[in-house]
Write a protein that binds this ligand. Structure first.
Ligand code: F6P
Length: 324
């Protein structure tokens, strides 16, 4: 291994910059070259590269987003696109890759490795925390903190007006953000794709909470929830069945992906970056670096892609007890 290419791909996540910095500096520490690839796989296809040394990543450990920019490249899904990408990295003498992203990005890395035998290591970066083989993905902790900050603010106005708020959070296929931020922010109910609460139970629970003396409530809903109604339809449904409720909706959206990474995400990114580069130097390929317990671990990329990151069902019970 003489020169590692590093890229960020898919949805950006706070902590990606700290991971780029870690990869670049670990390369410098071991006296090997490092090239930043811009806009993920699309930049590989277009040859959008820049040599990076330890000073090129000054003052980014604390920055949200990704200085390398990100993209979801359709062209890389075609054999022609991948061939162009390979020709470019060969020309630039890049002999291995560190891919920071989610499972879509890892799938691209795996296919690329199988076609061109370029060693690849993945670093999990997505606010959704939906990757098998790691308890935490980069950006998740920061997103949780962002979400509870906002819900705390929503609670102020909800309680002033005796209102019920539906707060939609990100999580295309996973309820990790909804479940954990929901408990952290004291939500009455949490709706996630992994567990179908059902409309009847939701109405029952809201009725009960009114009777128990609560004057305002927050319901957190993951965008990928399978209750069968979107958050605005849910508002109408609840208002028509429970006229005693005055309901408002807040969709948090992309704000959840921005902002300075938490200390946890910065430390995790630094650890994962070191391990990613050193794993390549040990001659290994096709792994994702992750964290299980407090240990940095390696999971075969294939398992990380195919496996399912389960939610902790005990948290559903905790949430139910807390909302009595
Ligand atoms: O995968 C991360 C994520 O933020 C999801 O929670 C969300 O559904 C999706 O990305 C949004 O993607 P985009 O920014 O491309 O609209």
């Amino acid at each position: 291994i003489k020169k590692i290419g590093v890229l960020t791909s898919g949805g950006d996540a706070p902590g990606m910059n700290a991971a780029i910095r870690s990869v670049v500096r670990t390369c410098a520490y071991h006296n090997i070259g490092c090239v930043g690839i811009y806009r993920g796989y699309q930049g590989m296809i277009e040859g959008d590269f820049k040599e990076m040394g330890p000073r090129s990543v000054n003052n980014i450990v604390n920055k949200g987003g990704t200085i390398l920019k990100s993209a979801r490249s359709r062209e890389f899904m075609t054999p022609e696109g991948r061939k162009k990408a390979f020709d470019n990295i060969k020309k630039a003498e890049i002999d291995s890759l560190v891919v920071i992203g989610g499972d879509g990005s890892f799938t691209g890395a795996e296919v690329f490795n199988s076609e061109f035998d370029i060693p690849v290591i993945g670093i999990p970066g997505t606010i959704d925390n939906d990757i098998f083989g790691t308890s935490f993905t980069l950006g998740y902790d920061t997103a949780l903190n962002t979400v509870i900050d906002v819900i705390d603010k929503i609670r102020d106005t909800a309680s002033s007006h005796n209102r019920l708020f539906f707060v939609e959070v990100m999580g295309r296929d996973a309820g990790h953000i909804a479940l954990n931020a929901g408990i952290g922010a004291g939500a009455e109910e949490i709706l996630i794709p992994e567990s179908d609460l059902g409309l009847e139970r939701l109405l029952d629970s809201l009725k009960k909470s009114k009777l128990s003396g609560k004057s305002s409530s927050i319901v957190v809903i993951a965008e990928g929830d399978k209750i069968g109604k979107n958050v605005f339809e849910l508002k109408d449904y609840v208002e028509s069945n429970l006229p005693e409720y005055d309901v408002r909706v807040s969709v948090l959206g992309h704000m959840q992906r921005g902002g300075a990474p938490s200390c946890f995400d910065r430390v995790l990114a630094s650890r994962l970056g070191v391990r990613a580069v050193e794993t390549l130097l040990e001659g290994k390929s096709n792994f994702m670096v992750g964290i299980l317990g407090d240990k940095i671990t390696l999971t075969p990329l294939e398992q990380a892609i195919k496996g399912h990151s389960e939610i902790d069902r005990e948290l559903l019970r905790v949430s139910e007890i807390m909302s009595i």
